[in-house]
Ligand binder design. Structure first.
Ligand code: B3K
Ligand code: ZN
Length: 880
């Protein structure tokens, strides 16, 4: 912990490194009481740097320096300076070898950065700045070196020793120890370094690339998880094939390894040739993983694999460019998932996350551009803006250029920058050069924070048969940014006649070949478009497939929304119309008198969705999900959470009562009847029957209860078992709830990934997850403060999903969160900083809540020796 105030790092201060490292020779001696790291760096002065005569400055964090030698000669204490976080050697030649020996204590590393131990195995996490916790090094992504790594450890405790690249040597050592040496032929930044040592089982598979090379695929897990690897390995092979077909990218090493670890700060890490995963994002079996988990695993395995090109072969110049690899790779993995399942459902899921959480981030105190210009702690910038908005920005390029030119651009980008550390601007320039399009205005998407608002008005000139659409864009101020310039926005639209038929979009009267959908381009603050040759006023279908990450305002009538819900040929917009209608109905009930009527046409629309089996069931399953409380809060000016919660519950119960028989019929129609599979239809059927159960139990329906109890008992997969559990937990049937929770725990107590789900079902439930029960979960024997998944499953789910329980007017929910943040800040600051997020939105809430949220933030701020991670989030949230 630092005593002085943390420093801000600015993009404008970027300087090329004064020294380059061509080669790194590492030797790890791993012991139970610590690890000794021997490093030999082959260093030369950077010819690009004008900083001639600069000292060599290496980064380090919590390292004990044991020895230091230059070209083999040990350095005296007066020849270098160990400043704690930097090692400075003043006088160095043009080229030299520096030998450094450090001592570290992985067994005491609870921050899970650098080298640490997780359930008896050693593993690493170096992105963004973890390598400096292993040895002194220029820890920045534009220093790319070839690594050779020798790992030495006890043979019986750590039979498997892994690092990046190919294993080139192995053998025995005295005292029951052994070693393996790995060599990675590709130069890489140190954030992509990885090491794993443990008693793991190996699952093997192989993949033949399109050029005919056979790649060895190896997955390493703890023995108890040996039967949970197949889905990840299959997903990996699909991703490898897809990247060849869609992006022309082939894998480059001979071996590709995946390792599962239980204690991991995020989902996974794309280390070169050795991807390390959070167990919850890679292990799956029918009995333990939900459909959502299967899909998440497929997406994350693909994401990390895709990084091999978008991130590893072409990497980031500095951490301000993080979205260069993350935005692009999220876009790539979302295209992949769309191709593997239902493209419409995937788009709906992505946009739901974006509109609920990224828009909230963009409207809050931590708002930052896709390419930020400053940060205090880079770990705080692995955000929804960098990832999800970054992916939307790449998607907009795809929309503007079309698939062929976009592919030409990505080919040029990979070819031009292979082996380099580059910027988002280099990416846009490749797209520009390949397409011949001017993207200078488009670049603003990387520089300006905040979500643009599009306000659309229309009028119909019946005499001339002209429909006129005016689109205005405004950009909200964000911290440090005002008076923004208009963005270049792809705006997809179509027009429908009164029967729901798509109309040709004629830009002039003689435009005979007009298409029925257009990608308009907005570049000014306001545009007016005219569509000719229309016999009647059309219904507009705007921003199809969510062609840009914007808020869209148009004065839809409920009539129009109902019409679009059933007629829009764009599946995404059909869903969106349903969401907008449901939002409108719920909002009209917030704080309204109890006898206010619930819109009867909503019931009719939902009846149609539930009963018409000819509709796309995957889309229907999504359309039946009411907008979440989090989304309703995001849309509110001054959110009164209990009022929003009640209004939403009222609508849900009203729908359930009105459609009770239809729900039972829907349940029965979709009840399990065939072998388990992961097709979009099978997933949709499980989703439909579980939604039916949840709604029936929300109104205490006895038949629903019997169905839930039976499904819970007889389920042959986790989606159904936990679906029934969740429905019971959220019901008033207290005995059933308690019995189901107890029997679930009994059955799965030895499986940490399932126990995490068991924790979060309770923590996210306003029945089972009130504060006293949450506190009880924290003392449950299966809870573990050192395991980030458990912390997220209880504390994260409570504050992030159980919103009515969290937002207590006495502030007890906020105080609780502040207490947990302070507790975690000492052991794992990255996770602590993430947990603060719900409090950072304090300005969004009704006054009584807001003040107490602020007080909780102040309590965190006042904790002595606050980490840099939490410091940044809390101070920025309180500022202004
Ligand atoms: N690149 C990693 C994230 C690293 C987070 C470091 N705090 C996983 C990913 O995005 O693929
Ligand atoms: Zn990534």
């Amino acid at each position: 912990m630092r005593s002085n105030q943390p420093q801000t790092i600015y993009l404008s201060d970027y300087k090329v490194p004064a020294y380059l490292v061509d080669h790194v020779d590492l030797r790890f001696e791993l012991f139970e009481h610590g690890a000794r790291v021997h490093s030999i760096l082959t260093v030369r002065r950077n010819p690009q740097s004008d900083d001639v005569g600069a000292p060599l400055v290496l980064d380090g964090d919590r390292l004990v320096l044991e020895s230091l030698a230059l070209n083999g000669t040990p350095l005296d204490g007066d020849q270098y300076e160990d400043r704690g976080d930097q090692l400075v050697v003043a006088d160095v030649p043009e080229q030299f070898q520096l030998s450094v020996v450090t001592w570290i204590e992985p067994q005491n590393n609870t921050r899970l950065e650098g080298l640490y131990k997780s359930s008896g195995m050693f593993c690493t996490q170096c992105e963004a700045e973890g390598f400096r916790c292993i040895t002194f090094f220029p820890d920045r992504p534009d220093v790319m070196a070839r690594f050779r790594t020798r790992i030495e450890a006890d043979r019986s405790a750590y039979p498997v020793l892994l690092s990046n690249g190919n294993d080139i040597d192995r053998g025995d050592l005295p005292d029951g120890r052994h070693f393996v040496t790995w060599e990675d032929p590709f130069p890489k930044p140190c954030y992509l370094f990885a090491l794993v040592a443990g008693d793991l089982v190996e699952k093997r598979d192989s993949f033949r690339t399109r050029s005919g090379r056979d790649i060895d695929l190896r997955m390493y897990v703890e023995p108890r998880n040996a039967d949970k690897c197949a889905h990840a390995l299959d997903s990996l092979k699909r991703a490898m094939r897809w990247d060849e077909e869609v992006y022309g990218r082939e894998y480059d090493l001979d071996i590709f390894m995946i390792v599962a670890v239980d204690d991991f700060n995020m989902g996974a890490m794309e280390n070169k040739g050795l991807n390390i995963f959070n167990s919850s994002c890679v292990l799956a079996s029918q009995d333990t993983a939900t459909d959502a988990a299967y899909q998440r695993i497929e997406a994350i395995v693909a994401h990390e694999y895709f990084h091999n090109w978008s991130g590893n072969r072409v990497t980031c110049r500095d951490w301000f460019q993080l979205s260069l690899k993350e935005g692009f790779t999220v876009f790539r993995d979302s295209q992949f998932s769309a191709d593997m399942g239902s493209a419409t459902v995937k788009r709906i899921e992505d946009v739901t996350l974006l509109r609920t959480a990224q828009f909230a981030e963009d409207a809050g105190p931590m708002a930052h551009p896709v390419r930020p210009s400053s940060y205090i702690e880079i770990s705080n910038f692995y955000t929804l803006t960098i990832y999800e908005k970054g992916a939307e920005v790449v998607r907009m390029l795809h929309n503007l250029l079309g698939p062929e030119l976009f592919r030409k651009g990505s080919d040029l980008y990979f070819e031009r920058h292979d082996g380099q550390a580059v910027t988002t601007d280099d990416f846009v320039r490749a797209m520009e050069d390949a397409s011949g399009r001017d993207l200078s205005q488009f670049r603003l998407w990387y520089e300006q924070a905040g979500t643009p608002v599009l306000t659309v008005r229309d009028e119909f000139d019946a005499d001339r048969g002209v429909y006129r659409l005016t689109v205005e864009q405004t950009l909200p101020d964000t911290p440090g940014q005002t008076d923004k310039k208009p963005h270049h926005i792809p705006f997809a639209l179509g027009l429908l006649d009164r029967r729901g038929q798509p109309l040709p979009l004629r830009l002039a009267d003689d435009d005979t070949e007009a298409p029925t959908e257009r990608m308009l381009e907005l570049t000014e603050r306001a545009h007016t478009f005219e569509f000719h040759g229309l016999a009647e006023c059309p219904v507009p279908s705007l921003l199809r497939n969510f062609s840009a990450p914007v808020r869209l305002n148009y004065p839809w009538t409920r009539e129009q929304l109902l019409f679009l819900m059933s007629h829009d040929p764009d599946g995404f917009n059909r869903w969106d119309a349903g969401q907008r209608l449901a939002v409108d109905v719920i909002q009209s009930l917030v704080g309204a008198p109890r006898d206010t009527q619930v819109e009867p046409r909503l019931v009719t629309a939902y009846r149609h969705l539930i009963c018409d089996a000819s509709l796309d069931q995957a889309l229907v399953a999504k359309m039946l999900q009411l907008p979440s409380e989090a989304y309703l809060i995001e849309l509110a000016d001054e959110a009164d959470v209990p009022a929003i919660h009640q209004a939403r519950e009222r609508v849900l119960k009203h729908l359930a009562i009105s459609l009770r028989d239809e729900l039972v019929a829907c349940y029965r129609r979709n009840a399990q009847d065939s072998a388990y599979d992961l097709s979009p239809l099978a997933i949709a059927r499980r989703s439909l029957r579980n939604t039916a159960l949840a709604w029936l139990l929300a109104i205490n329906d006895e038949e629903g209860r019997a169905l839930a109890v039976r499904q819970f008992r007889d389920a042959d997969n986790m989606t159904d078992r936990i679906g029934a559990l969740r429905a019971l937990v959220n019901s008033d049937y207290e005995d059933d709830r308690n019995q189901a929770l107890a029997s679930f725990y009994q059955r799965y107590q030895d499986d940490p990934q399932v126990v995490e789900q068991w924790f979060s079902v309770q923590a996210a439930s306003d029945r089972a997850g009130q504060l006293p029960q949450i506190r009880a979960l924290l003392t449950h024997p299966a809870f573990d403060w050192k395991n980030p998944n458990k912390v997220r499953a209880v504390v994260g789910a409570f504050a992030g999903q159980n919103l009515a329980a969290f937002h207590q007017v006495d502030g007890s929910g906020y105080d609780f969160l502040a207490e947990q943040v302070c507790r975690l800040d000492d052991s794992n600051p990255q996770i602590a900083a993430r947990l603060v997020t719900p409090l950072t939105r304090w300005r969004k809430f009704a006054p009584a809540y807001r003040e107490r949220m602020r007080a909780a933030l102040e309590r965190i701020r006042d904790k002595p020796s606050l980490s840099r991670d939490v410091y940044e989030v809390v101070h920025k949230s309180l500022a202004g």
